[in-house]
Design a protein around this ligand. Sequence first.
Ligand code: VGL
Ligand code: ZN
Length: 203
Amino acid sequence: MKALILVDIQNDFCPGGALAVPEGDAIIPLINRLQPLFELVTATQDWHPRGHGSFASTHGQPIYTVIEIHGAPQTLWPDHCVQGTHGAELAASLDRARIARVFQKGTDPEIDSYSGFLDADHKHATGLADFLRGRAVDEVYIVGLATDYCVKYTALDAAALGFRAHVIEDACRGVNLQPGDSEAALAEMRTAGVGIVKGEEIG
Ligand code: VGL
Ligand code: ZN
């Protein structure tokens, strides 16, 4: 059984948002066309408390500084996807009718969670893996934002957790703090056994 996972298609990652991904909203029409091709659709939602440890403002540091938190490098972001704000809501043009459940992540004030499955410290699960296994899903297709962060870590965890994992590359966009970050992320996913496909190949 195959499932489609919609990663962080939220206002703050779309143009005009607090952490806008270039062309972040351009993927939504394709994703809406893909949804009916899957029996199960789930979504993830970046959902940070105010003063989250991944926010530059929390540390009084410039955005995009990399610091160490609990022994791991952490990029510091503009405040984004704060619980209950408009920026944290799923983008209005995303078709919600077929989304069986939304899994929130990044809720621990101190630990970031790029992956839709597990926090960065790999101690806390969102429940997505159990939900999928409970519905006999063994294969996942991942789309959304951002290719070089949450899509990448969601896909790497999906493969590590034993799902046959694919990323639909034209249904994703990257932050690209450095030019080429998205390409490098796709290469890393491919090396980890994640299939990289195009939307037109699904059907
Ligand atoms: C993301 C940076 C910070 C993402 C989330 O959804 O890719 N990126 N929080
Ligand atoms: Zn975040």
